[in-house]
Design a protein around this ligand. Structure first.
Ligand SMILES: N[C@@H](CCC(=O)N[C@@H](CS)C(=O)NCC(=O)O)C(=O)O
Length: 207
């Protein structure tokens, strides 16, 4: 098994944090996404979405999409650390919050970054106005996340989950849009400090 990735990118980090939380090791293959390695015919033959991260199994079966990769790892390496929730209610709530943070936060942040900077204009149309709108949507979402963390120790409830990984990656990526965590979002800031101290997060951020 190997994981195609680019270490500092947010979706690679999502999978790296998940792997570290599960306590497993998967060999990595660095992909030069700025140089367009992921849009070559060779890479696209492996990856339906033409992006990283991409997991390749020993029989050359591949899985892209960071959440799908995490789902596979979760099922392939069962442990008592249930990052997608353990019972029916927790599974539903983790899925709900992970999707909320991904769609309203992370996706908005990516759209803002890609469309404002034009970083991938060699491979996609960039619409600056959409980038600015996406940034504004993200700014409107952060108080919602703050509200949630005022009443809940973790994003999806009482236990750490994949939704915390998604929110943590969002908080780190926001600086690319000149948005920073500060005392105006005290619950989010306190949660972020707590999460950053998890051994898996320290391990993944030093790689
Ligand atoms: N929805 C996908 C998004 C993957 C994605 O956007 N990956 C970025 C790096 S974080 C990428 O490959 N960028 C290069 C490109 O879009 O050409 C996932 O969750 O894995």
């Amino acid at each position: 098994m190997k994981l195609y990735e680019k270490a500092p990118t947010p979706n690679s980090l999502r999978v790296s944090l998940f792997i570290a939380e599960k306590g497993i090791e998967i060999p990595r293959v660095d992909v030069d996404i700025r140089g367009g390695e992921n849009v070559t015919d060779e890479f696209k033959a492996k990856s339906p979405n033409g992006k990283i991260p991409l997991l390749e199994l020993d029989d050359e079966t591949t899985i892209c999409e960071s959440v799908a990769i995490c789902r596979y790892i979760d099922a392939a390496f069962p442990t008592n650390h249930h990052l997608f929730g353990e019972d029916a209610l927790a599974i539903g709530q983790v899925e709900m919050w992970n999707r909320i943070v991904e769609f309203q936060g992370l996706y908005a942040a990516f759209q803002a970054f890609r469309n404002i900077t034009g970083i991938y204009k060699d491979r996609e149309r960039c619409v600056e106005a959409w980038g600015k709108e996406s940034k504004q949507r993200l700014e409107e979402f952060l108080p919602e996340l703050e509200k949630r963390l005022t009443t809940s120790p973790y994003v999806a409830g009482d236990k750490f989950s994949v939704a915390d990984i998604t929110a943590y990656v969002l908080c780190g990526f926001m600086k690319n849009l000149d948005l920073h965590l500060d005392e105006s979002l005290p619950a989010l800031l306190a949660w972020h400090r707590k999460i950053s101290e998890r051994p898996a997060f320290i391990e993944a951020s030093t790689k």
